[in-house]
Design a protein around this ligand. Structure first.
Ligand SMILES: C[S@@+](CC[C@H](N)C(=O)[O-])C[C@H]1O[C@@H](n2cnc3c(N)ncnc32)[C@H](O)[C@@H]1O
Length: 290
């Protein structure tokens, strides 16, 4: 086998990924090498002339092959950072997106002064939203629920990873059903959700890294992408306290439609659409009338 230094290995890995059209080939190579060898990025610079053992070289090129086929780096390494916290992810669960931090930050801002808020995150996936809220609101209690047992398993690991077992409860089931089964009627200060919201038409134009690798169950939101919001709106008023917060992540073109659906219900006030850092509509939130 060819002898590789850290520097040569990274260069060759990056060149394979670049040729395959991967956007950040050098960075991805570093992440993969870190994953298998434990070298930090700084180590990789300081020790760039150090020889790498054959087993590590072989493992590195195997991972480069996976990445070359478009598999997201997070599914290879099992990690994604969200709200400056490390989350475990696996292939049957959506990778948390930086855009979703807009939703979490808004909910944190709105609940910061509330004593002991009780919150539910439905369609929790890895638990990125629920775990972050519980972590940054130290007197909160957070319910996280999802229909997928893969998501529940993944979220459970993340709850443990951040030591939140005593302030979170994980539920499995269809949308709001597990919350009713838990006896939460009229008990929630906030319900948040980033449900599947991709429309039938938009599913076809998703990039391969998403369509080919991320679970359909986490993406498809029905013909017009609105199915999950509408189903949540049917009964959420029974779960929220008066004045309780309802906050959703949305697709860039769903804000006005969802705001209209909320208005039509006639029981929500202060309906607000906010944008993400790219200037696109990203969240809608409102409050149940007092
Ligand atoms: C867009 S992902 C969001 C994951 C996570 N909240 C996040 O922001 O990273 C949607 C999630 O909804 C879950 N889901 C799909 N249908 C559901 C249903 N009927 N009831 C509850 N969860 C559902 C999927 O399993 C998936 O984890």
């Amino acid at each position: 086998m060819v002898a590789y230094t850290i520097g040569n290995l990274l260069r060759e890995g990056a060149s394979i990924l670049k040729e395959a059209g991967i956007n950040s080939p050098y960075l991805d190579g570093q992440l993969l090498l870190k994953y298998i060898s434990g070298y930090s990025k700084v180590d990789m610079v300081i020790y760039r002339d150090r020889l790498v053992d054959d087993k590590t070289v072989e493992a590195f090129f195997q991972l480069i092959e996976e990445r070359k086929k478009g598999k997201p780096i997070q599914y290879i390494t099992g990690h994604q950072e969200f709200m400056s916290l490390d989350f475990y992810v696996h292939e049957n669960v959506l990778i948390p997106r930086p855009d979703t931090e807009v939703l979490v930050e808004k909910v944190l801002e709105l609940l910061r002064d509330k004593d002991n808020p009780v919150i539910a995150d439905v369609c929790t996936g890895t638990g990125a939203i629920a775990v972050s809220l519980a972590y940054y609101l130290p007197d909160s209690f957070v319910y996280a629920s999802d229909i997928s047992h893969h998501a529940v398993e993944c979220c459970s690991k993340n709850i443990k990873r951040h030591g939140l077992e005593s302030r979170m409860k994980l539920l499995q089931g269809d949308l709001l059903e597990p919350l009713f089964e838990e006896g939460l009627e009229g008990k929630l200060d906030a319900l948040v959700s980033n449900p599947p919201y991709i429309s039938k038409k938009d599913m076809e134009s998703l990039p391969t890294s998403v369509r080919g690798f991320e679970p359909h169950l986490a993406l498809y939101g029905g013909e017009d992408g609105m199915e999950f919001y509408d189903r949540i709106l049917e009964d959420v008023c029974k779960l929220l306290k008066k004045g309780g917060l309802l906050a959703f992540e949305i697709g860039w073109d769903q804000g006005p439609v969802l705001a209209k659906h909320l208005e039509d219900k006639g029981i929500f006030k202060d309906i607000i659409i906010e944008k993400d850092l790219a200037g696109l509509d990203r969240i809608v939130y409102c409050f149940l009338e007092e």
